[in-house]
Design a protein around this ligand. Sequence first.
Ligand code: NAP
Ligand code: FE
Length: 363
Amino acid sequence: MFYCPTRIIFARNAVQKAKSHIASLGQRALIVTGKKSAKQSGALADVLAVLTESCVSYVLFERVTENPALDIVMEGKSAFWQNDCDFVIGIGGGSPIDAAKAISLAAANALNRDELYNISAFKSVYPILAIPLTAGTGTEATQYSVLSDPLTKKKAGFGSDLAFPVLAVLDPQYTITLPFKVTLHTALDALSHLLEGLYSNQRSPLVYPFIYKGIASIIKFLPIVLSQPENYPAREELMRDALYGGMVIAQGSTTLQHSIGYPLTSFYNIPHGLANAMVMEDIMELYYPAVQSELDDLFSYLQMSKEDFFAWLDSLPFERKIELSDDFIEKALPQITGSRNMALNPLPVSEKQIRTILANLKK
Ligand code: NAP
Ligand code: FE
């Protein structure tokens, strides 16, 4: 099965090119962003120009921080209602876009804070426009939103077909302002999504062309972008790869690779993509017996061995180890084993195996 109800416009000056589609979404937009990047990248100015030219009014909600909290979604719902909005525009990395999705659902279904993961309460949604500024999450083409509860330190996602953006507008130019580390971490998130498309027990060969092409392209172009941040063609490649990653996980979801990363983010503030990357090698080794033919086919397409791939990963400048407190593993384990992605592993994973992977992260 392949399902992607999102109209995707991917181009230079994509926002101008998408003008008629944007104008058809409603009369008054709630624009959901983080603090700086929507302005810094130029995306906000482009969107405001198109809205003004199309006589669509808007209200800015610029309060989303990384790993968006349930409380921010509630604030966004109030802003949406108070201003009589009828659609949302998420401009940012995964955090503002995921918040925009949840705000739309919360406003349409009058959800309270404790209902935000309760997909059975989701009956309708206001149109969602996603404009990504990172080349990582692929959330512009997924039904997921990942939210954090600061009270319980739980980070988890929900998936609902209602959360697919109706329109995704991607302009690689916006990613040129990404700092070095965010470029690296978000690309590793995209790589993780593409690999998980082979790992998931819901994997679908329909998306293998995206997976193969996306991984080959990240291997080639990530080092180029890291040394030449303004290289537009290379940035364009990475943004397309991240979109592929979104389209891939929209079909088969993610696995332990993501479940294990969530507590690293909520307890230690490790950026999402970095958290995935830190366990990437161990997860591949863990899953290898169950997905050997899928991985061998991938590596033969890439014309590299698993060891070559690990050597490439090793060449990237990201942290592998952290100071873990002694009680971290006990606190993280129930979150990991209880996460919905655990059901998608390609083989049964024991608590002991998870403990070993977490212990390997210790400095
Ligand atoms: P992010 O948390 O949205 O942003 C990270 C940082 O990068 C922020 O400081 C942001 O600034 C800055 N930034 C973003 N774009 C920029 C640009 N073009 N130029 C300069 N700075 C920029 O990062 P993300 O990795 O894209 O999103 C991570 C979140 O998405 C996590 O919560 C993760 O769990 C979730 N996720 C969702 C899905 C899904 O399918 N829904 C999939 C994977 C991950 P501002 O604060 O100023 O914006
Ligand atoms: Fe991710």
